[in-house]
Design a protein around this ligand. Structure first.
Ligand code: CP3
Length: 342
């Protein structure tokens, strides 16, 4: 069934539970490392053939039920006026972090075709190669997660500078969030127009926020994006990590499918989110490094938590790690399909 992922997003009956993995393309695969020997991450993203090839690698290797565009959530920052690099071993570095009025003022609300046209070219190329056999997911970062990189300049453990702007300069914060959410809204629209059959909004670091701060400072901006994208008729996956206390608020902000990380049992999460939404998750990523009996036991537990209900998409609770054995990924795909066969 080529569309079991899309059907599950819409809570329609499926022949078995669909499976894909966040970060399913990447360093854990030899095929990806071979390409990385001669190209940087950004070169792969900007080159239609390479982005297409890397997107297809996990489809060929593991027979997952969805492809995810090979790109990065940070790509829009450069055309907005905040260039960055992926420093070796350190993750992303924004050259000139945004910390004051002048910084926010210089950020441009771009049209995605100006500066991100290569992403839409990759989507068209990938759709052509997939020949309708596997659906393609597009994605973008959510405004809080993007703002955290813009303000901190890279990864952060406590988001202190980000929260200080939010608390001390609420008007500046609102201006920054408005700019980011408008760019993300346009960018996701352009991805859908180019052929993305579903989109995922990654609010990876939203779990750093209290309920009150999420509700006051984040939710309206996420709603601005998702309220619009949901009118396009493609499923929208709304994902974050460490979101145990935020699931209801994230649901209220929008999403056809709500992503659940591994810290919250899936059965509890779904009950709280409500059975009128689909859910995606939520195996602990490092279980792919566990001995097979434990891995299978934990997969069984996720499937039992979903209880055969329509609207479950099997995934990890966060992205695949570089240490993951590719055989474990293939095994989980086959195992989930076999165990969930209706
Ligand atoms: O899922 C996929 O297979 C599609 C590709 C994808 C990448 N980044 C490629 C990538 C996706 C969906 C992302 C999203 C992304 N990027 C997120 C949200 C998802 C999450 O994991 O929470 C975030 C926070 C980023 C920002 C980012 N990009 C960081 C923090 C890093 C460095 C991390 C590290 O492990 O070094 C990246 C680099 C990056 N983006 C890699 C890949 C495959 C690392 C591989 C490489 O350097 O070749």
């Amino acid at each position: 069934m080529w569309d079991r992922f899309l059907r599950a997003c819409r809570r329609e009956p499926v022949d078995c539970t669909p499976v894909w993995f966040m970060r399913q393309a990447g360093r854990y695969m030899q095929e990806y490392r071979d390409i990385r020997k001669s190209h940087t991450l950004l070169e792969i993203c900007r080159n239609t053939e390479l982005a297409t090839e890397v997107t297809l690698q996990p489809i060929r290797a593991h027979r997952v039920d969805a492809a995810i565009l090979f790109a990065d959530i940070l790509l829009p920052l450069e055309p907005m006026g905040a260039p960055f690099e992926f420093a070796k071993g350190e993750g992303p570095k924004v050259f000139d972090p945004i910390r004051d009025e002048a910084g926010v003022a210089k950020l441009k609300i771009i049209d995605p075709e100006d500066g991100l046209g290569y992403v839409m070219n990759a989507i068209r190329s990938i759709r052509g190669e997939l020949e309708g056999k596997t659906p393609l997911i597009g994605f973008a970062g959510a405004p809080f997660t993007l703002a955290s990189y813009l303000i901190e300049g890279g990864k952060s453990s406590n988001y202190a500078l980000t929260k200080m702007m939010m608390y001390q300069k609420p008007e500046l914060w609102a201006e920054l969030m408005s700019k980011l959410s408008e760019v993300v809204r346009r960018y996701l629209r352009a991805q859908v127009a180019a052929g993305a059959q579903a989109v995922q909004l990654f609010d990876s670091w939203a779990g750093a926020l209290s309920q009150a701060d999420y509700a006051d400072f984040i939710l309206p901006h996420v709603k601005h994006i998702l309220g619009d994208i949901e009118t396009l008729g493609v499923p929208v996956i709304h994902f974050g990590t460490a979101t145990a206390s935020l699931l209801e608020l994230q649901r209220d902000a929008g999403g056809t499918v709500i992503g659940v990380d591994w810290r919250t049992p899936l059965a509890d999460a779904w009950k709280r989110i409500g059975y009128d939404r689909a859910v995606q998750g939520n195996l602990e990523p490092l279980l792919l490094n566990a001995p097979k009996p434990l891995l299978e036991k934990r997969v069984d537990e996720v499937l039992a938590a979903a209880d055969g209900r329509d609207g479950h998409i099997f995934n990890l609770g966060h992205g695949i790690l570089p240490t993951t054995p590719p055989e474990a990924v293939s095994h989980v795909v086959e195992y989930v399909h076999a165990k969930s066969r209706r």
